[in-house]
Design a protein around this ligand. Sequence first.
Ligand code: NAP
Length: 293
Amino acid sequence: MRKIGFLGLGIMGRGMAANLVRAGYQVTVWNRTPRACDPLVELGARRAGSIQEAVRASEVTIAMLADPAASRDVALGPDGVVACLQPGQAYVDMSTVDPDTARTIADAVNRVGGRFLEAPVSGSRKPAEEGTLVILAAGDTELYREMQPVFEVLGKKNLHFGEVGQAAAVKLIVNMTMGGMMGLLAEALALGQNCGIDGQALLEVLDSGAVANPMFRLKGPRILVDQHDPHFPLKHMQKDLRLAVGLGDERQQTLPTVACVNETFKRALAAGLGDCDFAAVARVLQAREGGGP
Ligand code: NAP
């Protein structure tokens, strides 16, 4: 497959689409806010004026969109992907959504004779730019096989988890783990600060023992200097926690830690931190008085 449509050029999508252009694919890009297409067009991508123009120009269309509402709009809307997909044409949604959204889109694609793969990713802005994402796929196994060369451009590893919905579940489980770890790191640094402990020294201790991990190493120093340019926007982490809590409800699986961390992220969202990196959740924990940010 050499002709690829790419829908959604946010923090992740723009790096991924750029890698496909550089790898020699004929990429047709579309974004709801059209100016996001400009740098990609400069790089050699074609510009689509509509979702359907991108789909018609392509053998496979990839989407990398904000949340379940965006994925549903783009796939199922009156001018969306399914409304113009031809039998045999492929659609790969790489957005992080809940299993039910993935299954609803898969059913709609299959009803018109299309082929569907869900393929959310692990990894952030840099891995998207460097082509080192971990791709979590589920659905049409033949399409998964055909997508291997594309996935090899976008990621360092890809796995297939069976029926559509399973990759979404894996992705939410990974992100609820990350959200929980971030909540705890933020609380640790806030308590440390409150006790007059040097933050760098505390991070060094954490990094020297059994809880050492790349995320603490990367985000810890940023929390200390309170710099939160978005790699993974806080609003998306809260969305993933919300979806994980919902999945727990659906499966009758108790998730007390995740529910609690979700509340902290909701507070950060209400404090206007949604477009900051998710490490900015630390701001609402550092407040000494009044409980505000
Ligand atoms: P982002 O920067 O917020 O970009 C979101 C994209 O979705 C933009 O292109 C936006 O278009 C589009 N969009 C939102 N609502 C839409 C709608 N109703 N119709 C059409 N397009 C819509 O997000 P991102 O960081 O690239 O993340 C994309 C997805 O990957 C999310 O599901 C996120 O959870 C997941 N993810 C992110 C990371 C990360 O570290 N950033 C890592 C792994 C997975 P506009 O430009 O018009 O707003």
